[in-house]
Design a protein around this ligand. Structure first.
Ligand SMILES: Nc1nc2c(c(=O)[nH]1)N[C@H]1C(S)=C(S)[C@@H](COP(=O)(O)OP(=O)(O)OC[C@H]3O[C@@H](n4cnc5c(=O)[nH]c(N)nc54)[C@H](O)[C@@H]3O)O[C@H]1N2
Ligand SMILES: Nc1nc2c(c(=O)[nH]1)N[C@H]1C(S)=C(S)[C@@H](COP(=O)(O)OP(=O)(O)OC[C@H]3O[C@@H](n4cnc5c(=O)[nH]c(N)nc54)[C@H](O)[C@@H]3O)O[C@H]1N2
Ligand SMILES: [Mo]
Length: 778
């Protein structure tokens, strides 16, 4: 069945466990279906084969890096889907908008909306007809400028960024927004790896991963915490599998038995596919309670401490790396005191694992001389994420697992350039050094006060303090928590502007005036007055490389992201502090400004010529600690008493289940490619709640029945999604899982991580109620 057919047919819900390995034939079959089903098959294949190759474009999928040396064709099933989805020939043009009112479009699914094709010309909302109609670019820019110029303060505007924006677009955007006068930069990172940046910044002085691709070839153990690479970073499975082959340990900590982590076939190893062979990707799999990871880590540290004391008593080799601890760290004694003060009973109860399991994990950690720890959203989207990530760092510091080949910290990023966007200054809490550099170079008074992150931006729009919203990519209405309140926040605005490739709900939930500005994507040729332009991106390993679009854009009315930003900037500020239009004629000019102001980018244009790009470096990876103490800091955080938020306690009700929200195999964030989740055996449906069969029965339901899900919070608002099918699933007791963004209405805006402000999308206290009906609320 092709994607084309899926859009028009009503899917038949089906659920059947998947017995094959991740990757392999199933993956190839799925990609082939996407190709054949697309209207543009041959072009897509040509485009795809250039993915991540020198001279081609960077995959718009995830932020996993590639070995710069390897000549392999680097793509994966889900990268192929991302390319294919962007490179469609279908168009959402003036005729489309004339046919559909905004109200009628609101009744369509997210899947249907994006499936309609690429946005091809700028559109403005016309309230009298409830339709978008064409507007020319200059008039659109003038409309934005007039709104921005008339605000009482620049802080009344919010400038969102999603992580696909290139370095050049992001740099120009932050320069414009700061020259305009605010640091209001809510971004997708606030909902994603924010906690990693905050935690690692305090612990080791740099908020990025310390490892490179090569380190995976030397690690003796790789821990994968709260991540589903089989779906979300498929190219990571290859180094994991190679590691297992070498005899290294791969240890997975995840409440769900994710198929990609259990077994994996590489789609490019034909022999293995013919024999249908697959090797285990993991050598141990631990299934903790949701949010129980800090307790697991603390327990591992407690075992280490016990063994260290035993070793000292017996004159046996030390467990800790004392030379490293003495030379490079501070605070270890306070930390060990905190470890001593945490009881085994507390650790066991909170972790959801037995002490025997934690001991096994600790032994695997200790046995390996070089360890990499990877993590993603299962760790970051919790209330205590910052403390949990600092506990990862603590454990790694104890044995000097930082700054040596084969060891280090690896927060695996999401969007393909989310890391680069931060490097370029998309940051609502910008470092003083960045602001100083901008002020020196551009000679304007840079705003020094912090701006709004994503949840603060929503609160400001809800409260009427912010009146203009501009989104450089993304789908703010769907990606954010508390969907109904976010919708109200957007509707409160005087103007909402979405710079987008595809139609999504954020175009339909809009301010009094609204613009859709269609932009080029990663796959499109970007022609400017001085010729075709490359952009640059940074991956999870701090490798920066160029990306060259390959496909002719569908319409000459689309503009590149840098050109759109330049247009808005020129209309709002004139040629100040730079000549915006001159800059976008040749992006090398933007890169020269980046060289002048962003550390690590000296001779940017020349270094880009190196095949595979260049490495930005990582101070912690070189055992240089850019912390106030000049050393790596142990953080003696207390293990939280209780994971339930006080606001949930305050309701006086205990939740039926704790729910995480996650991605299916057929989606890219709010972009839904299809209604299946192959590795979890789900077909044709997304409004499902995975739960333990015993829990379903305990709560008075039976598997397959529909239920409403209500979340608990003490503000008196009802948060409900209706008619979700209960799927009996292999999931620890007391837990549930459902798909993002369908359950975002259940995540309270105020339920955020301490120190990160990240919505707690992996820890939502819920109750089940008899199903009412399943009509959409929005
Ligand atoms: N194909 C595809 N690729 C993508 C994306 C996509 O949507 N589709 N999104 C991109 C983006 S922006 C991101 S951030 C990444 C996301 O990549 P992931 O972090 O892999 O994404 P999720 O689906 O949210 O998966 C979270 C995993 O954490 C586990 N988990 C949940 N709670 C806990 C917990 O408390 N403890 C532990 N140990 N585990 C837990 C879940 O069972 C699940 O396996 O992927 C990127 N790549
Ligand atoms: N409940 C829950 N909520 C979550 C999460 C979760 O796990 N659970 N995950 C969070 C995470 S990790 C993230 S990163 C956010 C994601 O939040 P966002 O980044 O805001 O969302 P996306 O779905 O990636 O955005 C998709 C839209 O981006 C536009 N787009 C695609 N490519 C381009 C491009 O090249 N340029 C431009 N200008 N636009 C483009 C298209 O119009 C498309 O509709 O969601 C967060 N929300
Ligand atoms: Mo993300």
């Amino acid at each position: 069945m092709s994607l084309h057919h899926q859009a028009d047919q009503k899917p038949v819900p089906r659920y059947k466990p998947y017995n094959g390995a991740a990757g392999g034939w199933g993956a190839l079959r799925s990609v082939a279906q996407a190709w054949i089903g697309s209207d543009n098959a041959l072009k897509n294949i040509r485009a795809l084969l250039k993915t991540n190759q020198n001279g081609g474009f960077d995959c718009p999928g995830c932020a996993w890096g590639d070995s710069p040396e390897s000549g392999m064709v680097k793509f994966c099933e889900n990268g192929a889907k991302a390319v294919n989805w962007e490179a469609t020939k279908r168009r959402v043009d003036a005729a489309f908008f004339a046919r559909h009112s905004v109200t009628s479009l609101l009744a369509q699914s997210d899947y249907w909306l994006e499936y309609q094709g690429r946005l091809t010309e700028p559109m403005v909302y016309e309230p009298s007809t409830d339709r978008y109609r064409p507007i020319d670019w200059d008039a659109a820019f003038a409309l934005i400028a007039s709104h921005l110029q008339n605000l009482a303060s620049p802080d009344q505007a919010e400038f969102y960024t999603s992580g696909r924006a290139s370095n050049e677009a992001a740099y120009l955007y932050q320069l414009f927004v700061r020259a305009y006068g605010t640091n209001n930069f809510p971004d997708c990172s606030n909902m994603c790896h924010e906690a990693s940046g905050v935690a690692l910044g305090q612990s080791v002085g740099v908020g990025k991963g310390t490892v490179t691709f090569d380190d995976f070839e030397h690690a003796e153990a790789i821990f994968v915490w709260g991540q589903n690479p089989g779906t979300n970073h498929p190219r990571m499975l290859e180094p994991l599998r190679e590691a297992v082959k070498r005899g290294a340990q791969v240890v997975c900590i995840n409440p769900l038995k994710e198929r990609g982590l259990e077994r994996f076939q590489h789609p490019q190893h034909p022999l293995e596919m013919l024999t249908n062979g697959d090797r285990p990707t993991n050598t141990a799999y631990f299934r903790p309670a949701l949010g129980g990871d800090m307790a697991v880590l603390r327990g591992m540290a407690k075992f280490l401490l016990q063994w260290e004391r035993e070793a000292q008593a017996n004159n046996a080799p030390a467990v800790f790396d004392h030379a490293f601890l003495n030379q490079h760290t501070q605070g270890v004694l306070d930390y060990l005191q905190a470890v001593d003060d945490t009881s085994w009973a507390h650790i066991e109860a909170q972790s959801g694992l037995s002490l025997a399991e934690i001991e096994q994990a600790a032994r695997m950690y200790c046995k390996a001389n070089k360890v990499i720890m990877c993590w993603a959203m299962g760790i970051t989207q919790h209330r205590h994420s910052v403390a949990t990530i600092q506990e990862i760092a603590n454990l790694m510091l104890l044995r000097g697992n930082l700054g040596v080949p084969g060891a280090g910290l690896c927060p695996v990023r999401g969007h393909s350039n989310v890391q680069g966007d931060r490097t370029m200054g998309i940051n609502e809490r910008p470092p003083v050094s960045l602001l100083d550099a901008l002020e020196r170079r551009f000679k304007f008074k840079v705003p020094r006060h912090n701006g709004h992150n994503t949840v603060e931006a929503i609160a400001a729009m809800l409260g009427g303090q912010a009146k203009v919203f501009i989104g450089l990519g993304g789908n703010f209405a769907q990606a954010t928590p508390d969907t109904e309140r976010t919708a109200q926040a957007l509707r409160n605005c005087d103007l909402t502007v979405q710079i987008s490739t595809k139609l999504n709900r954020s175009h339909l939930i809009h301010g009094r005036q609204a613009l859709i500005l269609p932009c080029l994507g990663r796959t499109d040729v970007d022609q400017q007055s001085e010729g075709p332009q490359a952009v640059t991106v940074e991956d999870s390993f701090s490798m920066v490389h160029a990306s060259n679009g390959q496909l002719q854009p569908l319409s000459r009315h689309m503009r590149s992201e840098p050109a759109v930003v330049a247009g808005i900037a020129a209309a709002t500020l004139g040629a100040k502090p730079v000549d915006w239009n001159w800059l976008v004629a040749d992006y090398a000019r933007i890169r020269d400004l980046i060289s002048d102001t962003i550390p690590g980018f000296n001779d940017f244009n020349q270094r880009l010529e190196h095949p595979g790009g260049f490495y930005l470096g990582n101070s912690a990876g070189q055992r240089q600690w850019k912390t106030a103490s000049g050393l790596a800091n142990f953080k003696a955080n207390q293990l939280p008493d209780d994971l339930l938020h006080e606001c949930v306690r305050a309701t006086g009700q205990l939740p039926d289940l704790i729910m995480q929200s996650m991605r299916s195999h057929d989606q890219y964030n709010t972009t839904i490619y299809g209604l299946d989740d192959r590795y979890r055996g789900v077909k044709g449906q997304r409004n499902v709640l995975f739960a333990n069969e015993a829990d379903i029965i305990r709560l008075g339901f039976h598997p397959g029945q529909k239920a409403d899900i209500v979340s608990l919070w003490s503000d008196g608002r009802e948060r409900r999604v209706k008619g979700f099918t209960l799927l009996a699933f292999d999931i620890p007791a007391g837990q549930a899982a459902a798909y993002y963004p369908e359950v975002n209405p259940l995540v309270p805006l105020e339920s955020v991580g301490d120190g990160s402000h990240t919505p707690t999308s992996k820890f939502v206290a819920i109750k089940l109620e008899a199903a009412s009906d399943n009509t959409r609320i929005l």
